[in-house]
Design a protein around this ligand. Structure first.
Ligand code: C5P
Length: 240
């Protein structure tokens, strides 16, 4: 597989063409951003950690039967994925109150929710990624009702798998964000990344935050927190 021309550069990743039309080459960057790009930094090693952690988590999720775009890790900071058309929705699952949920609804951070809930946000930087109702999604033609049901179902499946996995490692999965895309046959596949950039992960015993809130809230060393997650997941994933 050959790395071709740059197709797209986002806040955290670069996407390159390959010599196969159905596959793209993703490179994780060392940049950290928060608050819709208002806070920015370059953090050495972050790209490697997110690539390693995402590769491990997608492999585990795939092994349990949830289809995703992930093919394989090809270097410390790079992976190959199936080319998909990203659905412009951020699908968020919450197990405990935190972040924007705690702020918007006045529920104290750390409060366990009676059941996991799913929220959708419009993936649109210019609008600041607003929260959407299902009616908004339908009327803006971002996805149809059946697709919304599939996204919810898949997101809750991922939550079951990841919550169990992290629990065994002494970590609470507080909330996380997923993105989905469609392949050339219209199949909905889990896409993007799953890393401490996109999840809230708290140590079960100490409540220490082991995720991007360390950067958002200036709580200490971000790479130390991400290294802790990678180490508990079993360390470096194999580069095939
Ligand atoms: O900020 P909020 O509480 O809505 O975030 C919910 C979850 O989604 C958090 O785990 C956060 O890291 C993730 N998220 C993300 N990318 C965004 C917004 C939220 O990964 N643009």
């Amino acid at each position: 597989m050959e790395k071709g021309t740059l197709l797209y550069e986002g806040k955290a990743k670069k996407v390159y063409q390959t010599n196969n039309d159905d596959i793209v080459w993703v490179e994780y960057k060392d940049s950290a951003t928060a608050f819709n790009g208002e806070k920015k930094a370059s953090i050495a090693g972050k790209g490697r950690l997110n690539n390693e952690i995402t590769s491990l988590l997608f492999s585990k999720i795939q092994a349990l039967g949830i289809d995703s775009h992930f093919i394989k890790k090809v270097s410390e900071t790079e992976q190959l994925v199936k080319k998909v058309e990203i659905i412009p929705l951020e699908t968020v699952v919450r197990n405990l109150s935190a972040g924007s949920f705690a702020k918007r609804l006045g529920v104290e951070e750390g409060t366990k929710l009676a059941r996991p809930i799913v929220e959708f946000y419009y993936k649109d930087d210019a609008l600041g990624d607003p929260l959407l109702t299902e009616d908004h999604i339908e009327i803006l033609q971002l996805a149809n009702i059946d697709e919304v049901a599939i996204l919810k179902e898949k997101a809750l499946q991922v939550n079951t798998v990841l919550s169990g996995l992290f629990k065994e490692l002494g970590i609470r999965l507080v909330d996380f964000k997923l993105e989905f895309g469609k392949d050339e046959n219209g199949n909905i596949l889990l896409a993007d990344e799953i890393s401490p950039d996109t999840c809230r992960l708290w140590d079960d015993k100490t409540n220490e935050k082991l995720d991007k809130d360390v950067f958002r809230r200036d709580l200490g060393n971000l790479t130390d927190a991400y290294e802790t997650i990678l180490a508990r997941l079993g360390g470096q994933s194999v580069c095939i």
